[in-house]
Design a protein around this ligand. Structure first.
Ligand SMILES: NC(=O)c1ccc[n+]([C@@H]2O[C@H](COP(=O)([O-])OP(=O)(O)OC[C@H]3O[C@@H](n4cnc5c(N)ncnc54)[C@H](O)[C@@H]3O)[C@@H](O)[C@H]2O)c1
Ligand SMILES: [Zn+2]
Length: 410
């Protein structure tokens, strides 16, 4: 046969098409000349490593076959995944009773296979082989549903890759070489963001939601004096979002000087180290001094400390606002004085819990804007580990010596 006269591409296309018609799973293979082939073909091994939490404080690296991709599915080669506070709870106590489980929900990677029905992401953006994606909660209802709504009986429910019960597919979490995204999942094309930004999307969405909640009070304005209490990843991202929005007057409150120093790099105009003050009156004076003699118009409570909740009302002026987002889990009761703290000051308080799908889209824009104005968001990721060192990564996370710890695949 004279190979020069043979259009190899055309032959491959015909073979793949005929396989597809016979339902032999050829949908998983990108057909040259179609949208799914736009990024070229990607070779995929037969098996993938998955970090399975198999016992408390113990991951095993297991090897599973990579399943055939159905018409609506996507196979993603994982590039990296952040470790979240929820992963730390699972690692230590398994409160959701999921063990053995493939964890990791702050992940991102590259599409290597996609079914023939997959054309667009959840925001209507085209999807191609080679695109970088993230997933969000898998909602059965509408994009405005929050985790709060899920407490109501009439909402269909949501699942999150990285917190799914183990099943025959096994490739259900982002602490893995590959993740298998089923049809109907929420997936976003974020190819225009760098790897570290993509890993930070999930925690940033928490703060986009909190700022949206804060705005609903009508008190948060461009010229507001804003106190952010707690400078872990949550408080630091809060500061970066406020700064990116154009709010200039932000005071960060924490007891860790290193974190306070970083708060300044992310946009805080001043800091208050609570360890330098004895008693709440002195601390309140410290916050006031940092604002040039004024109390805060608005405050974000970003610690999981009941004492932090009790304190924050003191930092807020009469008629001011508060967003409490520090208690993702029950951290116990906090004491306040209803007369002095809320009633006579007419404080408007909102709670904020997780995010909606719409907050995700805002988050992508925020990350680009933050970069544009020079905020060093990537420095939030202080430690990275390869997948096979996931136990060490979790221990580093529990030691709280860094900020965001991430698994980065080679
Ligand atoms: N609302 C949500 O949807 C949501 C989502 C994720 C996390 N969270 C919560 O946000 C909180 C913060 O998360 P993180 O990852 O930044 O945690 P983190 O533990 O890394 O940071 C908390 C920071 O608060 C500081 N702090 C503790 N007590 C304080 C006090 N009394 N005054 C001032 N600072 C104090 C600590 O020094 C620390 O830097 C957690 O409690 C978590 O449950 C909420
Ligand atoms: Zn999380």
């Amino acid at each position: 046969m004279d190979l020069n006269n043979v259009n190899v591409e055309e032959i491959v296309r015909q073979v793949l098409l005929s396989m597809e018609e016979k339902g032999q799973g050829a949908a998983a293979q990108p057909v040259p000349g179609t949208a799914s082939a736009a990024g070229g073909t990607k070779s995929v091994p037969k098996t993938a490593r998955v970090a399975m939490l198999t016992a408390l404080e113990h991951y095993d690296i297991r090897e599973f076959p990579i399943p055939e991709v159905g018409d609506d599915d996507i196979l993603v080669k994982v590039e990296g995944c952040g470790i979240c506070g929820t992963d730390a709870h699972e690692f230590k106590r398994d409160p959701f009773g999921l063990i053995p489980v493939a964890l990791g929900h702050e992940g991102t990677g590259e599409i290597v296979r996609m079914g023939k029905n997959v054309k667009k992401d959840s925001a209507g953006k085209d999807l191609h082989i080679g695109d970088k994606v993230v997933t969000c909660m898998i909602f059965k209802d509408n994009p405005d549903i929050t985790m709060f709504d899920l407490n109501k009986q009439n909402v269909g429910g949501a699942d999150v890759y990285g917190l799914l019960p183990d099943d025959d597919i096994h490739l259900n979490g982002w602490f893995s070489d590959y993740i298998f995204i089923r049809g109907g999942s929420t997936v976003f094309n974020v190819s225009d963001l760098d790897l570290y930004s993509r890993i930070l999307i999930e925690p940033c969405a928490v703060l986009i939601h909190a700022v949206e909640r804060a705005k609903s009070t009508g008190i948060l304005r461009f010229n507001s004096r804003v106190a952010v209490q707690g400078c872990g990843p949550i408080g630091l991202i809060c500061i970066a979002i406020l700064r990116t929005m154009g709010i200039q007057n932000i005071i960060a409150v924490d007891g860790e000087q290193k974190r306070l120093d970083f708060a300044k790099k992310l946009g805080a105009s001043g800091t208050v180290n609570f360890k330098e003050f004895k008693g709440i009156e002195a601390l309140t004076e410290g916050v006031k001094a940092a604002f040039g003699g004024y109390l805060a118009d608005f405050a974000f409570q970003c610690t999981g400390s009941p004492a932090g909740h009790s304190n924050i009302y003191k930092f807020i002026r009469n008629g001011g606002g508060l967003c409490e987002l520090g208690f993702f889990i029950n951290g116990g009761d906090a004491t306040i004085n209803p007369h002095f703290d809320i009633c006579s000051k007419e404080i408007t308080t909102v709670g904020s819990w997780v995010y909606t799908l719409r907050d995700y889209a805002t988050t992508f824009d925020f990350l680009k804007s933050a970069k544009r104005i020079g905020l060093p968001m990537e420095k939030l990721i202080t430690h990275t580990f390869p997948l096979d060192q996931i136990n060490e990564a979790h221990k580093t996370n529990l030691a709280m010596s860094g900020l965001k710890i991430a698994i980065i695949n080679q």
